[in-house]
Write a protein that binds this ligand. Structure first.
Ligand code: HSE
Length: 440
């Protein structure tokens, strides 16, 4: 093999993931060079901190000036690990303008500004790689974009936020309270800087937006994603779901339908026998249904120092291998050729069709259940199961739990509004969507 000079890399951010990238590149350097065809070395890092515990910074020039670093002529690849929208966007665009390839783990940046960033990269003939942006160490971008390139993808459903999966698992297994588990996820370093991004599903929606673009060849459209968090889920719902043979998972789901593409993040009941229903703690998993391959499942660590570094370094190897290739012959950023993207619309949530779990508190009086089932029947909603829990004699109320067949969300919204208006129903009806995730 002809000996080439090592590729020189500049890191933006030398925290948890940046430190992991440095350590993995050093530890596995000879194996990585054998794969990439030349060495890959971090020569520069720009970071706010000046102390880097657990990171061997020998040979790395560190500074606090990120803007100067992205324009250095002696760096070929910039790795962006600072997260958030700005100044990450500005730094990445400047790196591209100065002819650098970019590797990023920033899902928010790609989901919201990816169209602009990829257009700039295309014009300049540089690569922007983002494997670490979705599901940490799981190579899901590569699997969807390259491994499944023969398929017409039908749907993707994933546990793509470790923090919410950890919270739901702890609620189920130990009956722990929501706030207490969230605090632990923050301490473990899994939660986003603003944990409402995790809890309200924004982080998962960022990742799902990216998966949808690659699965279906559509532009990134984060603003059209439907997002619902897990703060409405009570230990009671987790328990009832379990009794009915389901687990509650916070899923990102994107599906191709005749009317358009669904793009939605929300708590979901999943049959407990599905593998994905058994993905617990901070682990991530993505289930992809292709027309040729059928369902495939990808599982692994969705966050953490070295799992995320694993994805970043794989991107560095990819970029290094194709440094000298004609930009027109590289794998397209969003899997499909940029002039072949589809304008198939994203479906508003009201038009999405799913099954439902409903829980309501009903007065312990004759005819109450009949009123509820009549409303559902009037809306053409078919009931699959009904469970009434022993009435609470003091409150003279009973919890009623129902599972329904699939129905468009608009019809369910109308039915729920009518049920809530009954004077025999107390408070709000809890509604959790249900997906069988069956192979057919
Ligand atoms: N906050 C994210 C999670 C980190 O909990 O999955 C990885 O993107």
């Amino acid at each position: 093999m002809k000996q080439l000079e090592p590729v020189r890399v500049g890191l933006l951010g030398l925290g948890t993931v940046g430190g992991g990238v440095v350590n993995v590149l050093k530890r596995n350097q000879s194996e990585i060079a054998r794969r990439a065809g030349r060495g890959i070395v971090v020569t520069h890092a720009a970071a706010r901190e000046t102390n880097f515990p657990g990171v061997d910074t020998a040979g790395i020039e560190t500074s606090t000036d990120a803007f100067a670093m992205v324009e250095r002529p002696d760096i070929q690849i910039v790795v962006e690990l600072i997260g958030g929208y700005e100044p990450a966007r500005e730094l990445v665009l400047r790196a591209i303008a100065s002819g650098k390839h970019v590797v990023t783990a920033n899902k928010a940046l790609i989901a919201r500004h990816g169209n602009e960033i990829f257009a700039a990269a295309q014009k300049k003939g540089v690569m922007v790689a983002f494997e670490a942006a979705v599901a940490g160490g799981i190579p899901i971008i590569k699997a969807l974009r390259e491994g499944l390139a023969a398929n017409r993808i039908e749907w993707v459903a994933g546990i793509i936020n470790g923090t919410t999966n950890f919270i739901l698992t702890e609620m189920r297994d130990k009956g722990r309270a929501f706030a207490d588990v969230l605090a632990e996820a923050q301490k473990l370093g899994y939660a986003e800087a603003d944990p409402t991004f995790d809890v309200e599903g924004i982080d998962a929606a960022h990742k799902l937006t990216i998966l949808a673009a690659i699965a279906f060849g559509i532009p990134l459209q984060f603003d059209k994603a439907y997002t619902e968090g897990i703060s409405v889920i009570t230990p009671e719902d987790v328990g009832y779901a379990e009794q009915l043979g389901y687990r509650i998972k916070h899923l990102g789901i994107t599906r191709r339908t005749e009317k358009g593409i669904e793009l939605r993040v929300h708590p979901t009941l999943v049959p407990e026998r599905r593998l994905i229903a058994n993905v617990d703690g901070v682990m991530n998993a993505v289930l992809v249904k292709g027309d040729a391959v059928g369902p495939t499942l990808y599982y692994g660590a969705g966050a953490g120092r070295e799992p995320t570094a694993s994805a970043v370094v794989a991107d560095l190897v990819d970029v290094t291998r194709t440094l000298t290739s004609d930009p027109g012959n590289r794998v397209p950023h969003l899997a499909f050729q940029p002039d072949c993207l589809s304008d198939i619309p994203l479906l508003p949530m009201e038009e999405v069709e799913t099954a439902y779990y409903l829980r309501m508190r009903a007065a312990d009086r004759p005819g109450v259940l009949a009123d509820v089932t009549r409303i559902l029947a009037d809306s053409g909603i078919s009931i699959e199961a009904v469970v009434q829990k022993e009435p609470d004699p003091a409150a003279r109320e009973a919890s009623v739990i129902m599972l329904t067949h699939r129905v468009p969300e608009r019809r369910m919204n109308e039915a729920i509004a009518r049920i809530e208006a009954l004077d025999t129903i107390a408070g709000k009806v809890t509604r959790i969507r249900l997906e069988t995730l069956a192979a057919n």
